[in-house]
Design a binder for this molecule. Structure first.
Ligand SMILES: Nc1nc2c(c(=O)[nH]1)N[C@H]1C(S)=C(S)[C@@H](COP(=O)(O)O)O[C@H]1N2
Ligand SMILES: [Mo]
Length: 333
């Protein structure tokens, strides 16, 4: 291949929209080499369709997106690795930081970083990709590959001895932030113990403080590849990537890899926090037509509201006190 330098002005003339100069590879000076050390093997031709600049509200959340043109190694260097933080950036001290393993377990654990490092060490290479990647005009670099080291999660869970009725594992991060909920239902619950404030518009919306959390089934959590990870590419985890400890769950989207991990909780019901039930959930438009809608409540012990067929409801010989599930029909025009 003939080696050709592509001067910056050519790229700009080529139709790249204005305002992107901070993002294109050409701003770093000379052209990037496709294969470093092999000067005769050509140069990287930058993409014409560079991502849009990150708009201000999203810039607090998404940072350091991958520049595809500067990719020259299998592992993404830590300081070039994309970051996503939905809330604040916790600065945790290794001195007083502890991981607690609690909830429906026979042997709750409290572990220091030194305790975790004393456990067997394992390394996995895993590509993290945000599930929002390529979903927005500015978001086409939320992906990176690293070598992660830590101790297998299943050992720590096994040590805590989950009870038989434990089916779900919640991973709590130290970060927290305000979330607006469209009505005042569902305000209480794990991690939502913060203040409840009426919305400024005087509507029914309520703003609560919620701690970052994601969950998975106990069965998925026990997967031998999951790591309680304290190292990224042979360095201690950088603060932006979850120092001192994060979950690395190979095969899962980025959001499952909870950073700044402080608490692992085993529960007996599905967790319905923001990042399980509202964000990072795909909602598809329903085709028009008639639909049935049924509500189901759970009590504090996790019992489901009875169905109309449940003997507790069906055996009533009066019309009083029907606490069964109710189905209503709607037509979406
Ligand atoms: N505690 C916590 N963990 C988190 C997040 C977060 O906001 N808080 N963001 C998640 C999301 S959405 C992604 S895509 C990945 C990104 O990991 P990185 O910032 O190390 O690249 O972290 C996940 N873990
Ligand atoms: Mo993400």
């Amino acid at each position: 291949m003939e080696q050709r330098d592509i001067p910056r002005r050519t790229v700009l003339k080529g139709g790249v929209a204005a305002g992107l100069s901070g993002l294109t590879v050409m701003t770093v000076g000379g052209p990037a080499r496709a294969f470093p050390g092999h000067a005769d093997e050509g140069v990287v031709i930058p993409w014409l369709d560079q991502p849009a600049p990150i708009p201000p509200p999203a810039a607090d959340i998404v940072g350091n997106l991958l520049r595809w043109e500067s990719l020259d190694s299998r592992l993404t260097p830590n300081d070039e690795f994309f970051t996503v933080k939905h809330y604040n950036l916790p600065r945790l001290s290794p001195v007083d930081w502890r991981l607690s393993v609690a909830g429906l377990v026979a042997q709750p654990q409290t572990l220091s970083l030194a305790d975790l490092k004393a456990l067997p060490r394992r390394t996995v290479e895993f590509t993290i990709e945000c599930s929002g990647n390529t979903g927005l005009p500015f978001l086409i670099g939320a992906v990176g590959n690293a070598r992660w080291a830590g101790t297998p999660l299943y050992r720590v869970l096994r040590q805590a001895r989950p009870l038989d009725r434990g089916i779900e594992v919640i991973f709590w991060g130290a970060d927290r932030g305000k979330v607006t909920i469209r009505d005042n239902s569902g305000v209480t619950g794990p991690g939502r113990t913060g203040t409840v404030e009426p919305d400024s518009t005087g509507g029914l919306d309520l703003t609560i403080t919620e701690q970052f959390a994601r969950s998975m089934s106990l069965e998925d959590a026990m997967d031998a590849d999951n790591l309680l990870c304290y190292e990224m590419n042979d360095a201690s985890l950088p603060p932006e990537h979850g120092y001192p400890l994060r979950l690395i769950a190979p095969g899962w989207y980025g959001v499952a890899n909870v950073k700044w991990l402080t608490r692992i909780e085993v529960t007996d019901s599905r967790f319905q926090g923001r990042f399980m039930a509202r964000d990072y959930v795909t909602i598809r438009e329903e085709a028009r037509g008639e639909h049935a809608i049924r509500s189901r409540a759970f009590d504090q012990d996790g019992n489901v509201q009875p169905t109309p067929q449940d003997p507790y409801v069906a055996s009533r010989r009066t019309f009083w006190e029907n606490n069964g599930q109710i189905t209503r029909r709607v037509l979406i025009p």
